[in-house]
Design a protein around this ligand. Structure first.
Ligand code: UP5
Ligand code: MG
Length: 190
């Protein structure tokens, strides 16, 4: 059984930044669904490159079969991990049902770490990130935020109903956010 923590929050809320720190200090392996999709987009011979790029630019969500297989393969490749940080997934109902179908029974879902941050702050961060992402422009960001509000936030609310959400305000210096996140993990792993 793999231990899994889902890390969700708006685009630019700091999911990748915080996950990198947790991975370094707490022995979880960071799996960013977005990073896995970008790697698959670049992989020579991939039949999904154009489809993935279309969704990324549009801020829409790639069919779950693709994302979930990338996640499962990455887990299998890191069998010795204490657990996995699944960053940026599940983002909609299709993701959630596909995940349950493929991974149900294979994983122990510990909790959902929800990094909350006002959208205007998040957009500003993405616009200044400087990594050359094809979706870090005003037009794509508008769509990413819309998708987040319409499809991803309701998924967080569903987990909230099951008492699984741990919310941390990420509109603060990274060290402060991280400190609260460490407390969440300590409480969960007691
Ligand atoms: N930064 C971070 N924390 C800060 C802080 N506390 N104070 C000040 N600055 C802070 O951070 C963003 C920027 O902010 C960085 O410059 C950082 O230094 C700074 P980052 O940690 O990268 O934020 P993150 O939440 O990871 O932002 P990201 O843009 O990666 O989130 P998205 O959810 O938008 O992107 P993701 O890569 O997950 O997905 C991209 C696309 O892939 C989606 O839109 C979708 O089309 C597709 N996708 C799927 O289809 N399915 C999936 O399951 C996943 C993705
Ligand atoms: Mg990210």
């Amino acid at each position: 059984m793999y231990n899994v923590v889902f890390v969700l929050g708006p685009p630019g809320s700091g999911k990748g930044t915080i996950c990198a720190q947790i991975q370094e200090n707490l022995g979880y392996v960071h799996l960013s669904a977005g990073d896995l999709l970008r790697a698959e987009r670049e992989r020579e011979g991939s039949q999904f490159g154009a489809l993935i790029e279309g969704h990324i630019k549009n801020g829409s969500i790639v069919p779950v079969e693709i994302t979930c297989s990338l996640l499962e393969n990455a887990m299998i490749a890191n069998k010795e991990a204490n657990g996995f940080l699944v960053d940026g997934f599940p983002r909609n109902e299709d993701n959630l049902s596909g995940w349950k179908k493929q991974m149900g029974g294979k994983v122990n879902e510990q909790f959902v770490l929800f990094l909350s941050c006002p959208v205007d702050v998040c957009i500003d961060r993405c616009l200044h990130r400087g990594q050359g992402r094809t979706d870090d422009n005003v037009e794509s960001l508008k769509k990413r935020v819309e998708t987040y509000n319409q499809q991803t936030f309701p998924i967080i609310e569903q987990y909230e109903k099951h008492g699984m959400v741990r919310e941390v305000n990420s509109q603060r210096p990274i060290s402060e956010v991280y400190q609260d996140v460490v407390e969440v993990f300590s409480a969960a792993n007691q």
